[in-house]
Design a protein around this ligand. Structure first.
Ligand code: NOJ
Length: 568
């Protein structure tokens, strides 16, 4: 007998960025009680799983991805009691809750690192990556760092500990030291912490940069990349390192075994290839259920994310097409346009001006009709846009602030740097959720930690719910379609019109049911002659009134999306 399909194949996940979702106490920062108060909205939307970005105690150097205590809640978000109340309310509404698991690194204020830093003889020294200065060089001298790796947040990936004269590795900020997974005690402590959350009732984990936990142990220098000079990209030495599959299989055995069926596990994996992803997500290997890959969100950039280029639709189709094919037989895709690290998709790949509503619906349609589990990021279902940041004082994100400081110090033009930050900066995703048209968008009664987008006067959940033609109602329909039409969740995938530069088209087939999905990625009419042959079929999804004649079916209007269904 073939085992039943996992429940998450028909599920849609909604990501909450707690700082920016809903503030219940007027301190300007979102919190757990704020989430609790908005759960009915999420249940109405129809999502199956909520993923919470980190709510653990944290100095907030990287907005909570720098954790100083894995088994508590940061007071800014509430208490463990608030958490339990929220979790129970999530479950009462038939939804599940997935926690962010950030275990490539801790905060430098985590007791583990405080102990490690106490000196070379401390019990937990080896829980992190410590190295002496480069041979023959004095600690602190320029270029004395143990390797030439750059950090993801500018500067070197090594920080000198003055007291011991040794450096510690931090692939992200200097307040995010990397854990040494080679040490079995580190792994056991992490597994125990994960079991503690599962015993508390959470339904799985989104694992932050989990493919970086196994490093090439001798930590070699890399080739200096022009975009990062004088630094090298660390990724080749830390992405899917030698023991990554062993570690994830061990985690599965130690943490998930016996309860894996009710959980959802997703590994965030920058730089992962489709071949690696197949290994990670092949159920026979018992590692993770699905991965977040980055290929499609790197297509509109050159050597670095700040080197912004226009997206070529052909590149997007080629990339998604390879992932759909690569995980067709073994493994599973996750599908996303947005998260807290990406600019808003309607501003990025759509048209956030005249065609905002239509293009947001088209983008949602194309994504959700792929094979895989879709992730909706808070506000995406409203068609929220990038924010009108003026100067650097409007930004809060460490990545943006560090990049700006480094680029200005290197002599770059401030306006050029700001233009890239406005386009790609992570704060675009982090402006508060737009609940209504009131002063702070119904997010807070206080002063929001990051300014609300002024367009909340028009773009907000209250207005969208009252308007049956809104992006919100469209997303609700897409989520329902995944629940009710098995071909959406389980059908196979065939790319159509692969060489067309404006139209994204594909079919999905399950048994005798076939769906034809079309999206026009442009503000002009686009020919789609194949659609004329579907004129007599049911139109399941659309963002315009239906075309009348067969010829009209053969042309897509600006940003038009259609999903046809026929049964053989
Ligand atoms: C990926 C997270 O999504 C991002 O927000 C964070 O800055 C890095 N990992 C480091 O934890």
């Amino acid at each position: 007998m073939t085992p039943p399909e996992p429940w998450w194949k028909t599920a849609v996940v909604y990501q909450i960025y707690p700082r920016s979702f809903a503030d219940s106490n007027g301190d300007g920062v979102g919190d757990l009680s704020g989430i609790l108060a908005r759960l009915d909205y999420l249940a109405w939307l129809g999502v199956d799983v909520l993923w919470l970005s980190p709510v653990y105690p944290s100095p907030q150097d990287d907005a909570g991805y720098d954790i100083s205590d894995y088994q508590d809640i940061d007071p800014v978000f509430g208490t463990l009691d608030d958490f339990d109340a929220m979790l129970a309310a999530v479950h009462e509404r038939g939804m599940r809750l997935v926690m962010d698991l950030v275990v490539n690194h801790t905060s430098d204020e985590h007791p583990w690192f405080v102990d490690a830093r106490a000196g070379p003889g401390s019990a937990r020294r080896d829980w992190y990556w410590w190295r002496p200065p480069r041979d023959g060089m004095a600690a602190g001298a320029p270029g004395a760092e143990p390797t030439n790796w750059g950090s993801a947040f500018s500067g070197s990936a090594w920080e000198l500990d003055e007291a011991s004269g040794e450096y510690f590795l931090h692939l992200f900020s200097r307040k995010q030291p990397d854990l040494n997974w080679e040490n079995p005690a580190v792994r056991e402590a992490i597994y125990a912490m994960m079991r503690w959350w599962l015993d508390r009732g959470v339904d799985g984990f989104r694992m932050d940069v989990i493919n970086l936990i196994s490093k090439v142990p001798d930590l070699p220098d890399g080739p200096v990349s022009p975009a990062r000079a004088p630094f090298a990209d660390a990724l080749p030495f830390v992405n899917c390192g030698p023991r990554i599959h062993e570690f994830l299989q061990e985690m599965h055995r130690e943490v998930f075994a016996g309860r894996a069926d009710r959980l959802l596990t997703v590994g965030e994996m920058p730089g992962v290839t489709v071949e690696e992803a197949r290994l990670f997500t092949d159920p026979a290997r018992a590692e993770v259920d699905m991965v977040f890959q980055f290929e499609h969100v790197n297509l509109d950039q050159g050597d670095s994310k700040w080197d912004v280029r226009p997206l070529r639709l052909l590149d997007l189709k080629a990339s998604f097409g390879r992932w759909q094919a690569g995980l067709a037989e073994h493994g599973w895709n996750s599908l996303y346009w947005n998260n807290h690290d990406q600019p808003r998709v309607v501003s990025r790949f759509g048209d956030d001006g005249e065609h905002r509503v239509r293009s947001a619906k088209m983008l949602g349609t194309v994504l959700h009709l792929h094979r895989g589990t879709p992730y909706v990021y808070e506000g995406e279902e409203l068609g929220m846009t990038n924010a009108p940041f003026r100067g650097i004082e409007d930004f809060r994100d460490i990545e943006a602030l560090n990049h700006y400081a480094e680029a200005i110090a290197a002599g770059d033009d401030a306006e050029d740097v700001l233009r890239a930050l406005r386009t790609m900066g992570r704060d675009n995703a982090r402006t508060p959720m737009q609940w209504d048209a009131s002063e702070h968008a119904g997010f807070t009664t206080g002063t929001p930690w990051l300014a609300v987008n002024p367009n909340h006067a028009d773009i907000n959940a209250e207005a969208a719910r009252a308007d049956p033609d809104s992006v919100l109602h469209h997303y609700r329909g897409l989520i329902e379609l995944r629940h009710t039409e098995p071909a959406v969740a389980l059908g196979d995938f065939t790319m159509r019109m692969a060489d067309d530069e404006r139209v994204y088209a594909f079919t999905r087939r399950l048994g005798d049911v076939e769906l034809f999905v079309l999206g026009n990625f442009s503000s002009a009419n686009a020919a789609a002659p194949e659609a004329a042959g579907w004129a007599a079929s049911e139109l399941l999804v659309r963002n315009y009134d239906p075309p009348a004649t067969a010829e009209e079916h053969g042309t897509l209007r600006p940003w038009e999306a259609r999903v046809y269904k026929r049964t053989a």
